[in-house]
Design a protein. Structure first.
Length: 389
């Protein structure tokens, strides 16, 4: 059904990398969410008022919040589709993350409000009423929310939308809360136990937890998170696949939205290669990798010694020493200043972010000791750094 609706209402739906198509997906999902949630709010609100159930009313207002969330998602999709300008040369796609964060705030607000009402019901229980009509409508609500969750998850994965994924998670949380409400009414009907307040409180906690999860998932890209390992591997593999490129390091990926990223990387070339040829190669790699990955790539060219076997030998020895000390560490930018009685080895060592200052200093000391044991004339000049991927 989802595929049929997408084909009917989203023009050029297969071109998900296009910003206009992404916006159309967002608007379509927002409208579907608004309609479904308003219908659920009206049905549950009537049932909650007639039955006097705080759990049902909590669930109803949660659906109202979901409708507002869909409106915010729709607006976010439209704002995210605004083209780049002088002040925002990488576009406005981060509006999508901001919209998702607002959704998280609304979900949390409803959760805390419901928790307060439920606590009052626990202290002062009220009489409930049960009807088959109420049960049927709530069961239908579960079915609608299951479909909405699957619908938003499928579209969210298709266009890599954090808002839609958050909405899908929120809808699945609603499935759990409505199911809990049904359990509350059934227990009252068959066992005459009024646990409505407790169930309502449990519903509120689930809503709050969903809001925290949505907030956590949307804050990450806003703060700046490490790149997808698959994307990192793809970029490095592509860059290093060209003849004339001897290696790469210092890859940094900046995310400006689901489809807007830029990256910088250091590519190693022979220091004996013609500089104009190397520059032409670098330009070609930038264009072709950008076209294949959709990531705007800028490459810094690092010349390395490949003809002087003594330099190669020392570089390979340094790599071996560092790997033996810590398999997670690596080296790059090796240079050698050779003298008869004194040799300077200059290089960078990349270590995990979890390293403390003490661990960094200890590793540096160990490297120097191992190098001096290999050749007592060597003095290491080491720059310790962390990887951005």
């Amino acid at each position: 059904m989802t595929n049929l609706l997408v084909k009917l209402f989203v023009k050029d739906y297969k071109n998900t990398e296009n910003s206009d198509v992404r916006a159309a997906y967002g608007v379509f999902a927002g409208i579907v969410g608004i309609v479904c949630n308003l219908l659920l709010f009206a049905a549950k609100g009537i049932i909650g008022l007639l039955s006097g159930s705080i759990a049902v009313l909590a669930d109803a207002f949660n659906n109202m919040t979901d409708a507002v969330s869909s409106i915010i998602s729709l607006i976010g999709a439209k704002l995210a589709n605004r083209p780049p300008d002088d002040e925002h040369p990488f576009g406005h796609e981060r509006y999508e993350y901001i919209a998702a964060f607002i959704v998280a705030f609304l979900v949390l607000q409803v959760g805390f409000s419901c928790a307060q009402s439920a606590f009052g019901k626990i202290l002062h229980p009220e009489t409930l009423s049960f009807s088959t009509v109420s049960l049927v409508i709530l069961l239908m609500s579960v079915g609608v929310k299951v479909w909405l969750s699957l619908f938003n998850r499928k579209l969210g994965e298709r266009i890599n939308s954090s808002v839609m994924k958050a909405t899908a998670a929120d809808a699945m949380g609603d499935v759990l809360t409505t199911s809990a409400t049904i359990v509350s009414l059934l227990i009252f009907n068959f066992f005459h136990l009024n646990i409505d307040g407790w169930i309502g409180f449990a519903v509120a906690l689930i809503v709050i937890w969903a809001g925290i999860g949505i907030a956590r998932d949307t804050i990450r890209p806003l703060l700046g998170e490490s790149a997808d390992p698959k994307l990192v591997k793809e970029i490095k593999t592509l860059v290093e696949s060209y003849d004339g490129i001897l290696g790469s390091h210092d890859l940094i990926v900046h995310n400006y939205g689901p489809t807007r990223s830029m990256a910088t990387i250091h590519a190693e070339v022979s220091n004996h290669a013609d500089i104009e040829e190397s520059h032409e190669l670098i330009d070609r790699i930038e264009r072709e990798v950008t076209k294949k990955t959709g990531v705007f790539l800028v490459i810094h060219m690092d010349p390395i010694e490949v003809a002087d076997q003594r330099v190669v030998q020392y570089r390979e020895k340094i790599d071996e020493i560092v790997r033996n000390l810590d398999e997670q560490a690596s080296t790059h930018d090796f240079r050698m200043v050779n003298g008869e009685n004194h040799i300077n080895l200059i290089f960078d060592v990349v270590v995990p972010h979890a390293y403390s200052d003490e661990q960094r200093n200890q590793l540096m000391f160990d490297i120097m000791e191992k190098v001096r044991a290999f050749d007592s004339r060597c003095q290491c000049v080491i720059t310790m750094e962390n990887s951005f991927t």
